[in-house]
Write a new protein. Structure first.
Length: 87
């Protein structure tokens, strides 16, 4: 079953990704799904080890810049308590 997802990306990156998807006869949605499935197949120690990092750098035409939001105190607290439940 498909579900909707809203993303905010740089306009140039979106346009380049659309061109890439079109050249590969797929929609941008399916390309995004493919990338998410690749990165969730197995755990990776850091962002640079993801199998899609080369594609991201190519689409960005340069070094990829990863913007990571800091975790909220609520998220950190939930992670802490969840980790205690499994022990």
């Amino acid at each position: 079953m498909d579900a909707k997802l809203t993303l905010s990306l740089d306009h140039d990156v979106i346009n380049k990704a659309k061109l890439f998807a079109e050249k590969n006869n797929m929609s941008l949605s399916r390309l995004t799904e493919f990338l998410y499935s690749r990165l969730s197949d197995k755990p990776y120690p850091n962002l640079e080890d993801l199998p899609i990092s080369d594609w991201v750098m190519t689409a960005a035409e340069g070094q990829a810049e990863y913007k990571i939001k800091p975790k909220t105190s609520k998220k950190l607290r939930n992670e802490y308590f969840d980790s205690k439940k499994t022990k």
